[in-house]
Structures are given as structure tokens and as C-alpha cells.
Design a protein around this ligand. Structure first.
Ligand SMILES: *Cc1c(COP(=O)(O)O)cnc(C)c1O
Length: 399
């Protein structure tokens, strides 16, 4: 079978695959058999490109950031995924998957969500296509993320609480998988990152690859060379990073840097650095790095940024890490807050807390004055104002 960058069984080296219960085989195989040809068909491409342009507002700008560049003494560009409809890169993926559902004749959409960003992006495309939408969300997250719960409801989605375990993202994912097993005929499961069983990591990476295909053209236009020295992105499950790395994987002129959430510190119990601190294991249907204890139980992750506190990472990144094709570093809550304020004050752009982890790489790494650095601003900071307001005391120290 054909595929984008995984092998035909969904492996990236030894990572990936489809470790799923027998009862899910039919659903996963149905999608696996069809996704590559369907996505590459003229009809699909025409509709997808039209939605990206006229609904999501692509291409997203590539912005040369003069004051950040002066401050860090390098040439810094920001890829503005924050300007997309619904405020992040997630819409690139949900538009692609809702089209797959439509072409496959599915009438009912399910999704999992942690902070609610993927839930909102899914509810949005379901409204657009007039399809029933059920979003599983941990009970704890429902309490913490009321504005996004209300957004989903306003868009017509039903938000179902996951009440088992720690009542957060991984439990919501388990509920969604259970629903899919129970409803194999009419239901399409829209997964929110480059995670899950094959073919999800492969198809989500493709849907996000629009970011690096635009980037190449924009860099040629603005800088005369499609190759920057560095591309930097934050890594939760890893979809925005996969998208901006995609067309540069195996390009030895470009250094790819992923930034994981170090929370209160990589050496504390409170972090979400699954590549740094995780071990090989299976989570949500794929072999990858995940944070687990000696008994193989998943360790609850922590980050100030809700979009980064996932206990695993997409198998693509596990492979990029081990092969040295990309490098992964970590930024703490404090480093991310610092970077968010710097970006706000120097460029007038309030980034999502997730994206602020990528910007923090500017403080963590050292660069040469001629270096061209592209940072993926995966989303906008409006949703994070409560966390930023909590840090107002910190803000006073900043001045
Ligand atoms: C969800 C989210 C992320 C993390 O997800 P990835 O799959 O790692 O990209 C990062 N930034 C924003 C703004 C998000 O909403």
C-alpha cells in the first residue's frame, strides 16, 4: 500500500505501526486502504486547497521579525499559524479529515480533546459540513476549559465527559476509541495530532505539511533561499512540528529543532518531556516514546500549556530523534512565559503558550549573527489569557 512518509505498515524505523484491539481492525484497515489514493485524487485536492485558502485563510504569512532579530542578533522569521481560522494549525488537519469522512460516506464524527483546541477545530468543520459531532473530553478538563466547551456547544457539538482514570486527555482518547469500536459503520474518528494507529500519523503529517510547502516558497521570495539554518517548533503530539519539518526532513542544510515542555523542570515529576524522559512503549495504538513508570503505567504529564501535556509523542518524532534527523530540547513553564512576553513586547504578537516554548529556544540555544531561523507560531494566545493573567506578578518583575 502507498503512503506519504511512513513505510507501508505505518512504521518510522521501529516506531509507529497499528497496535490495536481486534475489534478496531476493520475501521483502521478501511481508512488505511483508501487514504493515500483518496487524498491524492483531483477532487479531494481541489476541495481541500479551496477550503485551506478561502475558509482557513491560507497561506499563513511568513513574517520577518525585526525587533526579535535585533534582540537575539540573528535573522528570525515567524510562520504565522496563529492567524488561521480558529487560531492555530489544527484547522489544517480537521479540514483534511472531514473531507476523508465525506468521501467515505461517514455521517457521524467523533474526536478526543484535551484543552479543547482540537475539539473546537473538529466542531467547526462538522458545522461546516453539517455532520453530527461528539467530542470526548476528560471531566477534569471540562472544568478547566469552560470557554472551549461552550464554543463546541455553540458550534453544535455534543461534549461527553470521560469519567475514568485521571479524567484527562488519555481517558478521553480511550472513550473515543470505545465509541469507534461500537459504531464501526457510520463513524469517522478525527484524531488531533500525528499520533494513534497507522494511518493517522501519516495522514495528519501530510495535512500539516502545507506549512512547510508554503514556507519554502515564502523563503525564496523573501530571502532568496528556501533553506533556513534552523526550523523550530513546539512538540506536544507533534503535528505542527511535523508540518513545518515535513519538506525539510533529509535536507542536511537545515537543522530541525523540536521543543518539548519541561514544565517545572525535566528533573522534577512535573513535566511533559516524553522524548527526553520517556521510554519505548505503546500508547494509543502506536510504538513510540512515552512517559511511564517501572510497571509500564502511564505517568500523568504536566505543562503550563494544555496543548503540550500529552504523555507520548508521535512516532515520526521518536524516529527523527533516534536517527539524528531532528534534535529535541526542552523549555520550562518559566522560559515559555518569558518568551511569550518578549514576543508580545518586541513584535506585538501574543503567542499561544505552546508556541512560546518554541520561541524560548532563542534563549536556550546559541546562534550566529547570519543564521536564518524560522519559528512556527502554532497558535494565538487569546485562549491562554487566564494563565498570562496569573503570571501578572511575574510581568511586574519583567519590567
Ligand atoms: C494542540 C496545539 C499544539 C500541540 O499539538 P501538536 O500536535 O504538537 O502540534 C501546539 N500549539 C497549539 C497552538 C495547539 O493548539
Amino acid at each position: 500500500m502507498k503512503n506519504f512518509i511512513s513505510d507501508s505498515k505505518g512504521y518510522y524505523g521501529e516506531y509507529g505501526g497499528a497496535y490495536i484491539p481486534e475489534m478496531l481492525r476493520h475501521n483502521v484497515k478501511e481508512l488505511g486502504d483508501i487514504y493515500f489514493d483518496l487524498i491524492n485524487s483531483d477532487g479531494f485536492q481541489k476541495e481541500y486547497r479551496n477550503l485551506l485558502k478561502n475558509y482557513a485563510g491560507r497561506p499563513s504569512p511568513l513574517y520577518f521579525a525585526p525587533r526579535l532579530s535585533e534582540y537575539y542578533k540573528a535573522n528570525i522569521y515567524l510562520k504565522r499559524e496563529d492567524l488561521n481560522h480558529t487560531g492555530s494549525h489544527k484547522i489544517n488537519n480537521t479540514l483534511g479529515q472531514i473531507l476523508l469522512a465525506k468521501y467515505m460516506g461517514k455521517k457521524r464524527i467523533i474526536a478526543e480533546t484535551g484543552a479543547g483546541q482540537h475539539g473546537v477545530a473538529t466542531a467547526t468543520v462538522c458545522a461546516l459540513f453539517g455532520l453530527e459531532c461528539i467530542v470526548y473530553m476528560g471531566e477534569v478538563d471540562i472544568e478547566r476549559q469552560q470557554p472551549n466547551v461552550k464554543r463546541m456547544e455553540m458550534l453544535g457539538a455534543k461534549v461527553v465527559p470521560a469519567k475514568s482514570g485521571s479524567r484527562t486527555l488519555k481517558d478521553a482518547t480511550n472513550e473515543a476509541l470505545r465509541d469507534w469500536i461500537a459504531n464501526p459503520e457510520d463513524t469517522f474518528y478525527i484524531i488531533g495530532s500525528v499520533v494513534g494507529p497507522h494511518p493517522y500519523p501519516d495522514l495528519v503529517a501530510y495535512f500539516q505539511s502545507i506549512i512547510s510547502s508554503e514556507l519554502k516558497e515564502q523563503l525564496v521570495e523573501q530571502n532568496g533561499d528556501e533553506n533556513p539554518d534552523y526550523i523550530i517548533a513546539c512538540v506536544g503530539g507533534g503535528s505542527n512540528a511535523a508540518g513545518i519539518f515535513y519538506h525539510y526532513i533529509d535536507n542536511h542544510k537545515v537543522k530541525l529543532i523540536g521543543v518539548e515542555a519541561a514544565g517545572k523542570g525535566v528533573n522534577t515529576d512535573l513535566n511533559a518531556a516524553s522524548i527526553k524522559n520517556g521510554h519505548r512503549g505503546v500508547i494509543h495504538g502506536s510504538m513510540t516514546y512515552l512517559m511511564q513508570d517501572d510497571d509500564g503505567q502511564i505517568i500523568e504529564p504536566y505543562s503550563i500549556s494544555a496543548g503540550l501535556d500529552y504523555p507520548g509523542v508521535g512516532p515520526l518524532h521518536a524516529w527523527l530523534n533516534d536517527s539524528g534527523k531532528a534534535k529535541y530540547i526542552e523549555a520550562t513553564d518559566q522560559q515559555a512565559l518569558d518568551a511569550a512576553y518578549r514576543c508580545a513586547r518586541l513584535e506585538g504578537i501574543i503567542p499561544a503558550l505552546e508556541s512560546a516554548h518554541a520561541i524560548a529556544a532563542l534563549d536556550i540555544m546559541s546562534f550566529n549573527t547570519n543564521d536564518v531561523i524560522v519559528i512556527n507560531i502554532s497558535g494565538r494566545g487569546d485562549k491562554d489569557m487566564a494563565a498570562y493573567i496569573d503570571s501578572l506578578k511575574y510581568l511586574n518583575n519583567y519590567e
